[in-house]
Structures are given as structure tokens and as C-alpha cells.
Design a binder for this molecule. Structure first.
Ligand code: FAD
Ligand code: 5PR
Length: 379
């Protein structure tokens, strides 16, 4: 067990996961969230096998399995034509973001993480200190910037270079109450409805529980009506007439949000005793549905790798050396998929695409790995 101390900026999925993993390894951890409440926006989320293995390591996976839904298949439809469904038997879970966030927050408190809300970070000192907006300087053996794509911690560290990119697409995300017509177990699936003409519009339909459906409604940002929150039912129903009943519900949903696809790639991830994890380090296109999952994996591996080194600096270097290739590949692949919209053609989950989801953490035991067998076709 460690006797070291960490200061974490950011109470999103990456920051909470890093906090739990370090606290369970004996670190004292204080976590700063700028908002007055701990929560997440953005409707629903897919957690792939890689994330589930990480969440097993920190003890949160059983609750995800209890509250989430295993989609029986991932079906793709282009202009109303259904391709052969994929991912039958693949171990992945759909869950609402508020639920995932609540489970991680509860686990962080249970692990002893000292959570400070309304606490805003403005930067880090590589010699080992987190700097807060109120002028406080908090010394630590490790400072983690898990403060999202706009990371103040990252921006305060001049040796971390970043490439930022914007893409043509954006997505409106809403959570709707699951209507009677979609109550049956045959709707416990992902259906990816595409149209590409005259411009791309897509509805990603994901059942997230007995009472909720997550709808990711993608369009080019130049299509203003289709990029609007609240959802404009008329423009969406004209393109997807058979989905009119759920589109109506989406139009009435509250708490939805629109995001344009934006990415950043940071090199290196650490400066002295300061390090970035999650979107602060590697925001990616959502096409693989892997942004949070990769952040969760890297956060768990960070704690695991640090446990193998006496010196934090050496541990950080070893961690980045191990996690970099998988992370870069996920970013490159999701960017390619977003740019080419290859998922619209069906049969998109090739073994190459599944590489990120199939990534196995060093921290996972053989017993854990055995809980999540990968079907032959997805290897
Ligand atoms: P964030 O979620 O941005 O959290 C950062 C936290 O830090 C926030 O709470 C913020 O308030 C706080 N903060 C910010 N600045 C400061 C500061 N200065 N001081 C203190 N606190 C601060 N990923 C998946 O794995 N599966 C999916 O299905 C999936 N779908 C997606 C769909 C879309 C449309 C998009 C856009 C993304 C999707 N993702 C998905 C990616 C995922 O949402 C992100 O990768 C993930 O939420 C990032 O988590 P994070 O903790 O790194 O950052
Ligand atoms: N997967 C998920 C998702 O929310 C999106 C995509 C893929 C879970 C965006 O709605 O391809 O853009 C995607």
C-alpha cells in the first residue's frame, strides 16, 4: 500500500476513476470539481469490454451490470435497409450517464476520496502542486488533470503540446422515457439508423434500461435545424418517418445537449509530477463510443503502474509508454470512422475496429478477464 498523496482536478468519469483506483491502492486523494454538484450530462453511454475490465478492478462493474443493459445486437440500417446485426454475445453495456456518474461518485466516497465541489483548478506545478482559482496551492506527490477537453491543468503546462481538430459533424443527445411500443426485450439493442442524402442524418438508438432510451442524433453542423436542442421533430421525422413516435418524445425531452465533434491529442501526458488523463489528454471522435472507456482504462492503469515503481516520475513514464499506442490507435480509428462515416455501410465492427474494446489491462486478473469472453468473430 502507498502512503502518497494525490490532488485530482475534475470530477468526470476519468477523474473519479483515477481517484478510486489510487485510493484503493492506499493513496490519500483529494478531488476538486468546479461545479457545485457532481454530475454528468449527455444522456447515455456504451461501456465496452475494456472499460468493464477496468471497472472490475475498482469494484464498480457489478453495479454497472446490475443497472445497465447488454444490447443483444448492434443493428445498422441505411435508408431503411437493415444489414446483418453485429456484436451478438459481445460483452458491453449501455447505461445512462447520470447512473454511471452516481455509481462512480459513490465508489469514490466509499474508497475515501475527499471530494470538494465548487473548487476550481487553474493549473499545476510540475514539482508537485495543484493551483486553485482562490489562490490555494496544494502540494502532492501526484497532480492529475482530469478536467476535460478544455483542461486548465494541461494548458498551464507548457511542455505538453496539443493538436486540436474540429470535424464536420455534431450530435444532439437526449434521454427519452421508454414508450410502451419499445418495452419488449427485443428492443434491448443498439440500432444505428443512417441516411446520407442529401446530407448525413443519423439516429443512434440505444436502450439504456427498463425506463430509458438514449438517442444520439447526428447531423452535419451546417444543418442548423438538425443541430438544434430541443430536437426539431419535423426535420427528423421527415428523414426517419418510422421513428416518428420516439422522435416526438425526443422533441419534448429536457436536459439534452448538442456537441460538435472536437478532438485533442496531447504529447506527452506528464510534466514532472503532473499528468493529464481522460479528455484532457485524448478527447476523441465518438464514432467508436470509446472516449470515456479509454479514459477509464488509462486511469486504472495509472494507479496500477504507479504501484510498481518507487518513484512517481518513473511510474508515469512507464504508464504512458504502455498506454500510448492503444490510445493513439483509438483516436486515429474514431477520426477515420467519423470522417468517412464507414459505420453507415454496416459490418463495421471488424476485428481491427474491435481492438480498442478488446484491450486487456495489466491490472485485470485472469479471473476477471474470464468473466468477459469475446465471441470468436470479434477477436
Ligand atoms: P469530462 O467529462 O469533461 O469531465 C471533466 C470534469 O472536470 C467535469 O466535471 C468538469 O466540470 C470538471 N472541470 C473542468 N474544468 C475544471 C477545473 N478547472 N477545475 C475543476 N474541475 C473542472 N465515451 C464512451 O466511452 N462511450 C460512449 O458511448 C461515448 N459516447 C459519446 C458520445 C458523444 C456525442 C460524445 C461527444 C462523447 C462520447 N463519449 C463516449 C466520450 C465521453 O463522453 C468522454 O470521453 C468523457 O465524458 C470524458 O470524461 P472526462 O472525465 O475525461 O472529462
Ligand atoms: N457511439 C456512440 C455515440 O453516442 C455516438 C457514436 C458512436 C455511443 C455519437 O452519438 O458514431 O458518433 C458516433
Amino acid at each position: 500500500m502507498s502512503d502518497k498523496h494525490a490532488e485530482v482536478a475534475g470530477g468526470g468519469f476519468a477523474g473519479l476513476t483515477a481517484g478510486i483506483a489510487l485510493a484503493r491502492a492506499g493513496w490519500s486523494v483529494r478531488l476538486h470539481e468546479q461545479n457545485d454538484e457532481l454530475r454528468d450530462f449527455g444522456a447515455g453511454i456504451l461501456l465496452w469490454r475494456n472499460a468493464m475490465l477496468a471497472l472490475e478492478v475498482i469494484g464498480v462493474a457489478p453495479a454497472i451490470r446490475a443497472h445497465g443493459v447488454v444490447p443483444d445486437v448492434y443493428a445498422t440500417s441505411l435508408n431503411g435497409e437493415m444489414f446483418t446485426p453485429e456484436l451478438a454475445g459481445y460483452p458491453y453495456w449501455a447505461i445512462t450517464r447520470p447512473k454511471l456518474h452516481e455509481l462512480l461518485s459513490d465508489a469514490a466516497r466509499a474508497a475515501g476520496v475527499d471530494i470538494r465541489t465548487g473548487s476550481k483548478a487553474v493549473g499545476a506545478d510540475p514539482s508537485g502542486a495543484l493551483l486553485l482559482a482562490d489562490g490555494t496551492r496544494l502540494e502532492a506527490d501526484l497532480v492529475i488533470g482530469a478536467d476535460g477537453a478544455g483542461s486548465a491543468v494541461r494548458n498551464s503546462l507548457p511542455t505538453l503540446t496539443q493538436e486540436r481538430k474540429k470535424y464536420q459533424d455534431g450530435v444532439c443527445r437526449v434521454l427519452v422515457a421508454r414508450p410502451e411500443e419499445f418495452a419488449g426485450p427485443e428492443w434491448n439493442r443498439v440500432i444505428d439508423y443512417w441516411t446520407l442524402e442529401p446530407d448525413a442524418m443519423r439516429i443512434l438508438f440505444i436502450t439504456t434500461g427498463p425506463d430509458t432510451i438514449y438517442m444520439g442524433m447526428m447531423a452535419t453542423t451546417s444543418n442548423e435545424r438538425a443541430s438544434r436542442i430541443p430536437i426539431d421533430p419535423e426535420i427528423w421525422s421527415a428523414r426517419f418517418p418510422h421513428l416518428a413516435p420516439v422522435i416526438e418524445l425526443a422533441g419534448r425531452a429536457t436536459g439534452g445537449r448538442h456537441d460538435a465533434y472536437q478532438t485533442n491529442r496531447v504529447t506527452p501526458w506528464a510534466a514532472g509530477r503532473a499528468v493529464v488523463v481522460g479528455d484532457a489528454a485524448h478527447a476523441m471522435c465518438p464514432a467508436l463510443g470509446q472516449g470515456a472507456s479509454v479514459g477509464i482504462v488509462n486511469a486504472v492503469e495509472l494507479a496500477h503502474t504507479l504501484g510498481q515503481y518507487e518513484s512517481v516520475d518513473e511510474g508515469l513514464a512507464a504508464w504512458e509508454a504502455k498506454q500510448r499506442a492503444m490510445t493513439d490507435a483509438a483516436q486515429a480509428r474514431s477520426a477515420y470512422m467519423a470522417e468517412t462515416r464507414t459505420l453507415a455501410k454496416g459490418n463495421g465492427f471488424t476485428p481491427e475496429v474491435m481492438e480498442t474494446a478488446n484491450f486487456v489491462l495489466d491490472a485485470a486478473t485472469p479471473e476477471t478477464i474470464a468473466l468477459y469472453p469475446v465471441p470468436e468473430v470479434n477477436r
